[in-house]
Design a protein around this ligand. Structure first.
Ligand SMILES: Cc1cc2nc3c(=O)[nH]c(=O)nc-3n(C[C@H](O)[C@H](O)[C@H](O)COP(=O)(O)OP(=O)(O)OC[C@H]3O[C@@H](n4cnc5c(N)ncnc54)[C@H](O)[C@@H]3O)c2cc1C
Length: 263
């Protein structure tokens, strides 16, 4: 069984600047860390690997060369190999263009039974890349999985946790699943595994290594137009303290709600 986990490197800090021209995150000089939700996806893959001895776990990321650091970290957790998709032609990509390149790389890797994603990246936060890849690969998708188990030779059963509902879904493999942090607690790389990770294969693919339609890459392949990025002004709300006994406070509250035609 082959499991591929897609991981993203995100800025280590919230103190990010927006590029005034492209309206995108100015990532220059920003230290990167692995997107926290992707560690839950790696942990799920490693838990399945621990439960049977025919599971291979590969990691895949699209980004500049320094994204290899997060691949090494994931291999130190226990993954078997890593793929870095890195090329200037991939820069300026929105989620559709990012998903396209990842899907083409997954086709080249071939035979992936389960493709795992974090529920979202903590920088752009769209949660779109996983579902986009599933569409490009014509595979079933389960998002926001809070539990997952292999429930048959070629089948997984997952529990989706949504705001106020739980759904139990079954999918035939190969399938794409994005996971929530409630799923598990990622293991820490042991010093021995950190050492071993440097001997594990890390493959770098550039534009010419993949079967790509250039009109789908980078800015050209990105239908998303960022017109403006700004931090909304915090709304200062007038607070009126409720005073007196609990029943005084209750009648003041009811009056206030009535005044605002909320009840
Ligand atoms: C017009 C435009 C231009 C942009 N230009 C750039 C740019 O030049 N450089 C840049 O870094 N960003 C750029 N971005 C942002 C970039 O599109 C998104 O960060 C990227 O598509 C991932 O989307 P997301 O962060 O919302 O991830 P989500 O969809 O929230 O991520 C969900 C999951 O998908 C997987 N995933 C996400 N990204 C990757 C990845 N790169 N590799 C592997 N797996 C991944 C992870 O498992 C992650 O948990 C641009 C966005 C727009 C709209």
């Amino acid at each position: 069984m082959k499991i591929v986990v897609c991981i993203k490197q995100v800025p280590e800090t919230n103190d990010v600047k927006i590029d005034p021209v492209t309206h995108n995150l100015d990532r220059r000089g920003l230290a990167g860390v692995m997107n926290p939700f992707d560690k839950n996806a790696i942990e799920l893959a490693l838990t399945l690997k621990d439960s049977r001895d025919d599971v291979q776990v590969a990691l895949l990321t699209m980004g500049p060369d320094d994204y290899a650091e997060s691949l090494r970290e994931g291999m130190a957790m226990g993954a078997d190999e890593g793929y870095l998709l890195s090329d200037r032609a991939f820069a300026g990509a929105d989620t559709l263009a990012t998903g396209y390149v990842i899907a083409q790389a997954l086709k080249k890797i071939g035979d992936a039974d389960l493709i795992l994603f974090g529920r979202q990246a903590v920088d752009a936060d769209t949660g779109q890349v996983g579902p986009i890849v599933a569409e490009f690969l014509h595979q079933p998708q389960i998002t926001y999985a809070a539990s997952l188990r292999l429930s048959g030779a070629n089948e997984v059963t997952a529990e989706r946790l949504l705001e106020d509902t739980k759904q139990t879904l079954v999918a035939q493999l190969p399938a794409v699943v994005s996971v929530r942090s409630e799923l598990n607690t990622p293991r820490y790389p042991t010093p021995r595994n950190i050492q071993l990770s440097f001997a594990k294969p890390l493959t770098v693919w550039h534009h010419d290594d993949l079967d790509l339609d250039d009109s789908r890459l980078g800015q050209a392949g990105s239908p998303t137009i960022v017109t403006k990025v700004y931090a909304p002004e915090p709304v200062k709300r007038e607070l009126t303290p409720l005073t007196g006994t609990p029943s005084d406070a209750a009648s003041q509250l009811i009056t206030a709600l009535k005044n605002r035609q909320l009840i």
